[in-house]
Design a protein around this ligand. Structure first.
Ligand SMILES: [Zn+2]
Length: 273
């Protein structure tokens, strides 16, 4: 064999070894995407702008999931699967909402119902029934169609900046209040603005929650820890470029490209509108 052929063969073997190695490395880093929304409505309204996905965009994003054969599972199924070390199909997705705005009932719920997609909304319990927020009746109706409630504190406080006693009241108090109104156990919690600490995580566990979600905070980047599951915030512009951003966000490898953030990052408290 000539020297040229030997070099070519060597390169080929290296490429194959690299590809196998890379595939194995990626396999362990796949994360079921948990996509997150806040408002669904009219995005041009000033303070809602960044948190709002228009009704048309939301429709597009939900029909995208259907058209491309994504399997949307409930958060229950995700958490149970993660606990058992289950390998999820590569087209699995979870849908969530934060804060409990009334537009979730008005605009998102009919679309989710039409496509028969399960979802979860994390409620700021003391805001339920206030203008712009869901009512208990709406929440009860949504739960009949697999749009389930989780807890997101009583007043949307930024937990790393309050006393542990107050954090406990916010975390356990919202759970009790939602359970009293909906008549079933509330198992999941979302940290406001994703902020937590070791102590806060422990309070969440002690309050009886089975899992908690953050944003891109914390060190467990591949959802190894049930009390700091990473989520992907969806935006109004994800439909651009024929859904290319959607593919990327739903790929299961989005976390590889995100910056790790301190869970208790000093941050100005985000107001709930
Ligand atoms: Zn929130």
């Amino acid at each position: 064999m000539g020297i040229f052929k030997r070099i070519l063969l060597g390169l080929l073997i290296c490429t194959v070894i690299f590809c196998i190695g890379f595939t194995l490395w990626l396999r362990d880093r796949y994360v079921v995407p948990i996509i997150t929304y806040h408002h669904v409505g009219i995005p041009s309204v000033g303070k809602y702008r960044l948190n709002t996905v228009s009704v048309d965009s939301f429709k597009y994003q939900m029909s995208f999931l259907k058209r491309h054969g994504f399997e949307v599972i409930s958060f229950d199924d995700l958490v149970e699967g993660l606990k058992k070390g289950h390998t999820f199909a590569r087209n699995t997705v979870v849908i969530q909402f934060d804060d409990g705005y009334e537009d979730n009932y008005t605009f998102a719920f009919p679309i989710l119902k039409k496509y028969n997609l399960p979802a979860m909304v994390f409620l700021v319990s003391d805001k339920i029934g206030a203008p712009g927020f869901l009512t208990w009746d709406e929440m009860r109706e949504m739960e009949k169609d697999n749009f389930m409630a989780g807890a997101h504190t009583r007043h949307h406080v930024y937990l790393p900046e309050v006393s542990l006693a107050q954090a406990r009241d916010e975390i356990a108090g919202s759970k009790t209040m939602i359970e009293d109104h909906l008549g079933h156990q509330i198992n999941y919690f979302a940290y406001p603005s994703g902020g937590f600490s070791v102590d806060i995580k422990q309070i969440v566990q002690e309050a009886g929650y089975k899992a908690a979600v953050t944003t891109n905070r914390g060190k467990y980047y591949f959802n190894e820890d049930l009390y700091e599951l990473k989520r992907i915030r969806m935006s109004n512009t994800d439909n651009r470029w024929s859904g290319l951003i959607m593919w990327f966000k739903l790929s299961g490898y989005y976390n590889l490209f995100r910056e790790a953030k301190d869970p208790g990052l000093k941050k100005k408290l985000k107001t709930v509108y």
